[in-house]
Design a protein around this ligand. Structure first.
Ligand code: GEK
Length: 254
């Protein structure tokens, strides 16, 4: 059982379903919501720390785009060995960035008290649209379940500008909900995602109301589309390092 506030946002019938937004209500229950909705989320978060340990270079920047409450930032900060690195966590929801700053402040003391690691990696939390941020001197950029919220027509330009700001050998982690071209696979993966949400205590009503709210907001692409975009941006290596049902994570290296 989790001690996090429980997500009941879509638990009662809503007269009109409005488009999903990362507002105060969502930010308040976000850790519970994402854990119960995205299969493999906690594994991806913890393994991001290992990827950061491998790719973060001294005197470089690490960008966490669509940072929400800073789970990916925290995981990376705990594993990055170079104090001269700086993490730039960016989200355009004020509800998320305000809470993110509080979580980071709490984590700071937690690390020092436990004596696990006194991380000197500084974090800037910025409330902005990731499309307006110029990526510079980056050894690692993380888009952990964020690109899916950017209009499809703007995804290539964002990846191009991330590529331009990465150092040679730098990496992009791209985690996304996937769509599948094969109808049978699409059916299987969606069925399993539905089973996952039900097993985590979401009712049919909650699942269906949230699906309607997300319909125009979260638009998934196929693995092939992601790979083509990354290659077009210039990435020379693209690896899929994680998949759990219809959620996957790719690593692209410059
Ligand atoms: C995690 N990465 O816990 N500019 C900035 N932020 C944006 C934009 C944008 N244009 N569009 C959406 N967001 C996190 C989880 S959640 C995924 C990422 C999910 C932000 C949005 O405000 C939200 O906080 C985040 O992207 C997506 O590892 O909820 O499924």
């Amino acid at each position: 059982m989790s001690d996090k506030p429980r997500d009941k946002i879509y638990a009662s019938p809503q007269p009109m379903i409005v488009d999903f937004a990362f507002d105060e209500k969502v930010a308040g229950v976000f850790p519970d919501m994402i854990r119960r909705s995205v299969p493999g989320y906690e594994t991806v978060i913890s393994l991001l720390g290992l990827l950061a340990e491998r790719y973060a270079k001294p005197d470089s920047r690490i960008y966490d785009f669509g940072s929400s409450l800073g789970a990916a930032t925290l995981s990376m900060r705990q594993r990055i060995a170079h104090d001269s690195c700086r993490i730039i966590a960016v989200d355009n929801s004020t509800a998320m960035t305000e809470r993110c700053r509080q979580f980071l402040a709490q984590d700071d003391s937690g690390i020092k008290d436990s004596g696990i690691k006194d991380s000197g990696v500084e974090v800037d939390v910025i409330c902005a649209d990731i499309r307006d941020i110029k990526v510079e001197q980056a050894s690692l950029v993380v888009l952990n379940f964020t690109l899916q919220f950017i209009p499809q027509a703007e995804r290539q330009a964002l990846l191009d500008q991330i590529y331009a700001g990465l150092l040679p050998g730098g990496a992009l982690v791209l985690s996304e909900k996937l769509a599948f071209d094969n109808d049978n696979e699409q059916q299987f993966q969606s069925d399993m995602h539905l089973a996952f949400k039900k097993a985590n205590g979401y009712s049919e009503l909650e699942i269906s109301q949230k699906r309607t709210a997300l319909e125009k907001v979260l638009v998934p692409d196929s693995f092939e589309t992601h790979r083509e975009r990354l290659q077009q941006a210039g990435f020379k290596e693209v690896h899929q390092w994680f998949q759990c049902f219809n959620f996957a994570s790719l690593l692209a290296v410059k």
